[in-house]
Design a protein around this ligand. Structure first.
Ligand code: URA
Length: 215
């Protein structure tokens, strides 16, 4: 996806001063079989401009394959399209001095709001019917604060409006359009808790019949 320059300028203005690096655009076809909404790109994605191209992406590819899809069938994006980074001073034994590191971190709510024009634009462009929200950030962006993947993963939310930027551009309003949402663990969750992998396999099975219905 090539974002229009005015949209990039708008988001840059909205996110001025935030610790966000680069822009990795979302990608996929119009009318995808599924839209996948993650959290934010990491280092790999900023370098090669391909969403979910690191280790989390390999896990995501496995889940897609499980339901007979490839990346070409789906539109992939996230709530924030730049890499949120922290600034950490650590002592490097190798260099024998203090060095500054810029690790990935979770985006803040303000950053998600600042980047809302990108996601709204992509949803309008792709016009998905079925959306997988990967992780709490994506789920809260679509359905509001307080939604939790740990409670809602594998449950289908049918015929629901989603949140879009309001006309004043300082908060959200509900969309007129309705969607079917599948809340699911972010694929990186298994790196911290291997036990989730059985749940993830079970949850993705729930999506398959909906793909058949939309054919
Ligand atoms: N995590 C995300 O949410 N998106 C990416 O593109 C990569 C990792």
């Amino acid at each position: 996806m090539n974002y229009p320059q005015e949209l990039i300028d708008e988001v840059k203005k909205r996110s001025a001063g935030m610790r966000l690096e680069g822009i990795n655009s979302g990608s996929g076809p119009k009318h995808p079989k599924l839209m996948i909404i993650g959290e934010a790109p990491g280092r790999n994605e900023i370098v090669n401009n391909i969403p979910f191209s690191g280790d989390a992406g390999k896990e995501l590819n496995k889940s897609l394959a499980q339901i007979g899809l490839t990346r070409d069938d789906v539109y992939i994006t996230s709530a924030v399209r730049s890499r949120p980074y922290a600034i950490k001073k650590v002592f490097s034994k190798r260099e024998n001095k203090e060095v500054t590191k810029y690790p990935n971190r979770k985006p803040t709510k303000k950053e998600v709001l600042a980047h809302a024009p990108f996601l709204d634009y992509e949803i309008d462009y792709a016009q998905p019917k079925l959306i997988v929200a990967l992780g709490n950030t994506g789920l809260e962006r679509l359905l509001g604060l307080g939604h939790k993947i740990s409670e809602e993963h594998g449950k289908v939310i049918e015929n629901t409006p989603i949140l879009r930027l309001n006309p004043q551009k300082d908060g959200y309003v509900w969309s007129k359009q309705k969607y079917t949402i599948f809340p699911e663990y972010h694929p990186a969750a298994v790196f911290y808790n291997r036990k989730l992998s059985d749940d993830i396999i079970k949850d993705w099975k729930v999506i398959k019949p909906y793909l058949e219905k939309e054919k």
